[in-house]
Design a protein around this ligand. Sequence first.
Ligand code: SIN
Ligand code: FE2
Length: 200
Amino acid sequence: MTAIEVNGVQVYSGLLDLEAQRALLDEVRAVVRAAPLFRPVTARGKEMSVRMTSAGQRGWVSDRRGYRYEARHPGGMDWPPIPSRALDVWRGVSGVDRDPQCCLVNFYDEAARMGLHQDRDEADFAMPVVSISLGDDALFRVGGAERGGPTKSVWLRSGDVAVLAGPARLAYHGIDRVRPGSSALLTKGGRINLTLRVVD
Ligand code: SIN
Ligand code: FE2
């Protein structure tokens, strides 16, 4: 399995073939049925363009009180279990013995994007973040661990897996845009990104 490296982030292109993507998507649909997507609001009260939910013991939420992990969905239900095929990906590429506690599910419609940020709400930065892309292509921008440094971009396609580990664990990253209609995996289009994390 070979990866390309983008500012230290390892990107495994086409790690999941179409059959594996479809099977994982079925599991993600079950997650979304049990714990519906919601639109997070930043601490400053701005709605994010991405809709989210989570699976696992912890889910990532953002509202007027700020960003944090919670044991329950904002609707009060438990987060459903992490999709087994996402766990398989983590076990294959994470390089660590622990399993993730959170699988964050981000849904991007054609207008959604995600500004440059670090994933730093987790306790142990020795634990990687593993990201799985499904559906439409997305322009993924990666910088260094300091805000404002040079960045590099790569298109993430359905079935690609990116690993933020080691010096790149705290790399700034974001999604500039998605390319509508670039994948037929999701019947109504759009992109799903799963990120797996050890939280505490
Ligand atoms: C994220 O940073 O949480 C999502 C990255 C992505 O959508 O690829
Ligand atoms: Fe992130």
